[in-house]
Design a protein around this ligand. Structure first.
Ligand code: CTP
Length: 153
């Protein structure tokens, strides 16, 4: 099977930062495994995704970079996964730098620089701003209609 690389993440509203990370992870070895966080695990982390787990899993499995997708259900599963899949490298974006160093006797740990200027949180913020703008426009329209209705009384 060659060198096995594993990573974990939510991968909600997939963006170029995710794709670039997965490309670089794929280039680190021969077989790439991605642990996609389940909705229940996200809830534990205080995250609510737009896409449910099954859709995030399907997207990650379909982009042609990933050899196997597994469910990430809890923090402690990494060591079990490393043994089960004979993992050589555990690699994450550098927002996780240092967080998994306790596993360094079992596996090589690599933290890759994140792509700057994009995140799922940024995308959600932009979308919610669009919704706020629409709501404001709707409030103005209702106000105008109600003023017109008063005049017609
Ligand atoms: N990642 C990256 N570059 C980005 C965003 C994410 O390399 N611009 C990496 C993260 O470091 C992580 C993986 O992609 O290893 C999955 O990250 P995830 O948390 O799902 O994506 P984010 O966009 O960071 O989501 P959020 O804003 O919800 O934290």
């Amino acid at each position: 099977m060659g060198k096995v690389v594993i990573t974990y993440g939510t991968f909600d509203l997939p963006h170029v930062g995710h794709i670039r990370l997965l490309k670089r992870l794929k280039a680190l070895g021969d077989y790439l495994i991605v642990g996609v966080s389940t909705d229940a695990f996200n809830a534990q982390k205080g995250k609510v995704s737009i896409y449910p787990f099954e859709e995030r899993r399907e997207i990650i499995a379909s982009i042609g970079l990933v050899d196997k997708v597994i469910a990430e259900e809890h923090w402690a599963q990494k060591i079990t996964d490393i043994q089960r899949y004979n993992v050589d490298i555990l690699a994450m974006g550098d927002d996780w730098a240092g967080k998994f160093d306790d596993l360094s006797s079992d596996v090589e740990i690599v933290y890759l620089p994140r792509t700057e200027g994009i995140s799922t949180t940024d995308i959600k913020t932009v979308i919610s701003r669009v919704n706020e703008d629409k709501l404001l426009a709707l409030e103005c329209a209702i106000d105008q209609v109600s003023r017109l209705a008063k005049k017609l009384r």
